[in-house]
Design a protein around this ligand. Structure first.
Ligand code: ATP
Ligand code: MN
Length: 433
């Protein structure tokens, strides 16, 4: 921050008592009575009560403070005074108070329906609740990048516009591309596989797009996908990398944002306990667990939200379910040599019923098998020619995974709905603002 100004968070940490300080930010609350205005100012780090008294500031400043509505941007200076009654324990007694940008009547008041808040998302984004979540998200992403870099991964930038589908046609967004047909990426995986041949370990953070037709509390039409791909790695080691990554992200967030997490209802010490290893259940064991717990679940079925909740009951940490039946997974996975009905793959389920956070697998290295599966699912081969080439030039064992950032944040921040973990949610019935 510019030397004349101090962040409110630093000021509240102490050491400024009875000294002069200047702050800037936005009006969070304001009330005035006669010769006094009590203005609570927020900046990116906290809120501070500013007392503006007639006579202590130039008259124009006092009039400005009195008239300014909430969300006006302001800068002020004065003396820092310890005051137990003020939020945070300090107040600023103003010597100057300048309104930088005035504010109209703010459209978000005490009464607000969900729909109203979503219509005014561009303003609601300033709320303490969403600000906390965005801080936690930023920390989790910083921790992820740190972890990848410590583990020899290169960050790469795959395309978003593609000519082929990775996760199946039913959720594809189609777009006109200079007279041709193209799609918004559902996953960067196929491109990461291509880049792995030179860099060995790659990762990318990109938006993925899924035209999800069902309304759920864990599906967005646009979400942030953190994907990794690793040469010379099998399915079990792939899971080890994932649990280390998830652990780094959630403990990193807990260390950087304990206060935000507490305010969101998440005890940071729970997150600090998310250390490897995470339990690994085979799909077969999962079927047994579900049946033991009363579900009418048959081998071959795809666990839905309720089953995923039941599977993690009594578990404190995330749980891997590995080696699913082929029918319910994607064409690019490697067949399990010990049980050809299944693939070498794993989903990581969050605790407390938050559901799938990561999908990962060892990839099929045999081009002929890939061709067979694409044909069997009725996919045209042309868009995949480049991908099939990868098996013709130095094919090698490799694995990878895709982590839904908002899925992870929903769990970490204890959010009912995934939309509050992304600033501008895109869902089946909303693309504004
Ligand atoms: P689900 O079965 O939960 O719909 P999926 O198996 O279709 O997910 P994958 O194709 O495995 O998802 O995608 C990898 C990861 O991306 C998932 O583990 C999840 O964390 C995230 N993800 C998938 N779809 C969405 C979505 N619509 N919104 C937000 N995150 C998603
Ligand atoms: Mn999945």
């Amino acid at each position: 921050m510019d030397g004349r100004y101090v962040h409110i968070g630093r000021l509240l940490a102490g050491g400024f008592e009875d000294g002069e300080a200047a702050i800037r930010g936005w009006i969070y609350r304001t009330r005035s009575s006669g010769k006094l205005c009590f203005v609570t100012v927020r900046d990116s780090t906290g809120v501070l009560q500013v007392t503006v008294a007639r006579g202590s500031v130039p008259d124009a400043d006092f009039e400005g403070a009195k008239r300014a509505l909430i969300e006006s941007s302001v800068q002020c200076s004065g003396t820092v005074v310890k005051d137990e009654r003020a939020p945070g324990g300090f107040e600023l007694r103003a010597a100057s108070f300048t309104v930088l940008g005035g504010s109209d009547n703010f459209p978000i008041t005490e009464y607000r329906s969900e729909e109203h808040l979503l219509n005014y998302r561009h303003l609601w984004i300033r709320s303490q609740e969403l600000t906390r979540i965005m801080k936690v998200k930023s920390s989790a992403l910083a921790a992820a990048r740190e972890w990848f870099s410590q583990n020899d991964f290169y960050e790469v930038t795959p395309p978003i516009i593609t000519s082929n589908s990775c996760e199946g046609g039913s959720t594809l967004f189609e777009l006109k591309y200079f007279g041709e047909r193209a799609y918004l990426s559902q996953s960067a995986q196929l491109y990461l596989e291509a880049m792995m041949y030179s860099l060995e370990r790659v990762f990318a953070l990109t938006p993925s797009f899924r035209a999800e037709k069902s309304r759920t509390t864990r599906h967005l039409a646009e979400y942030w996908h953190l994907e990794g791909e690793e040469a010379f790695v099998g399915n079990q080691e792939n899971m080890t990398l994932q649990e280390e990554l998830v652990s780094a992200m959630v403990t990193g967030a807990a260390r950087r944002n304990p206060e935000e997490l507490r305010a969101l209802g998440r005890d940071p010490s729970e997150l600090l306990g998310m250390v490897p290893p995470f339990k690994r259940l085979s799909y077969g064991e999962a079927v047994k667990r579900l049946r033991d717990r009363g579900a009418a679940f048959e081998w071959g079925m795809d666990p839905g939200t309720n089953e995923e909740r039941l599977l993690v009951e009594g578990e404190e940490k995330p749980v891997f379910i590995y080696n699913y039946p082929k029918e319910i997974k994607a064409f690019y996975m490697r067949e399990n040599p010990d049980d050809p009905r299944t693939y070498l793959c794993a989903d990581l389920l969050g605790p407390e019923g938050y559901g799938e956070i990561i999908g990962g697998s060892e990839r099929e290295t045999d081009g002929d098998r890939l061709v067979e599966r694409l044909k069997a699912q009725g996919s045209p081969l042309e868009p995949y020619q480049w991908y099939l080439d990868l098996r013709r030039f130095g094919s090698v064992q490799h694995s990878g995974f895709g982590l839904g950032i908002e899925r992870l944040l929903r769990w970490v921040c204890k959010q009912e709905h995934i939309r509050d973990t992304i600033p501008f949610p895109r869902t089946i019935n909303r693309v504004y603002p």
